[in-house]
Design a protein around this ligand. Structure first.
Ligand code: S3P
Length: 164
């Protein structure tokens, strides 16, 4: 089985869905944010604060190329798709699945979240809408799009398995 890359905005459920999907398919799962944190020895917030977003994007770009490309589910950070090089890599070497979630639902899920540096702004609602709109064309380059809004994890995993 080719690698499955789960993409989507923060709060779309990539990490939780990825774990269940991998279990269902009997393959391993890795999370790019976690791998970067381990490699660099800092949390994502610390990387953004001390090295800046562009350094983090470089870590994402480099890490992607080191991942196994068979029998694996890869859950990606919400901004992995920003770089064309990453989109092309994922699409060429794996199956890319975009987990779509409506901005209102994302806001609800991330309301009290303090771990995501990009969301440390006053008007979270506006920011989420703007970033989601900006990134939508990139997310939509995926092979498959699965809606996670108001849906249970099991339903989302079923949809993905049916699409494969
Ligand atoms: C980001 C999403 C985060 C993390 C970083 C930047 C983004 O991952 O990679 O904070 O640019 O959307 P999650 O989507 O897992 O929250």
């Amino acid at each position: 089985m080719k690698a499955i890359f789960l993409t989507g905005f923060m709060g779309a459920g990539k990490t939780s869905v990825g774990r269940q999907l991998a279990e269902r398919l009997g393959v391993s799962v890795v999370d790019t944010d976690e791998m970067i944190e381990q490699k660099v020895g800092k949390s994502i917030s610390e990387i953004f604060a001390s090295e800046g977003e562009s350094a983090f994007r470089k870590y994402e770009r480099e890490l992607l190329k080191t991942l196994p490309l068979q029998n694996i589910v890869v859950t990606t950070g919400g901004g992995m798709v920003i770089q064309k090089e990453n989109r092309d890599w994922m699409k060429k070497h794996g199956i890319v699945i975009y987990l779509h979630c409506e901005p209102e639902e994302i806001l609800r899920r991330l309301a009290g979240d303090e771990t995501r540096p990009l969301l440390k702004q006053h008007n979270k609602q506006e920011l989420i809408k703007r970033l989601l709109t900006e990134r939508m064309p990139y997310y939509q380059e995926a092979h498959f799009i699965v809606n996670t809004t108001h849906r249970t994890m099991a339903e989302v995993v079923d949809d993905i398995v049916a699409a494969l």
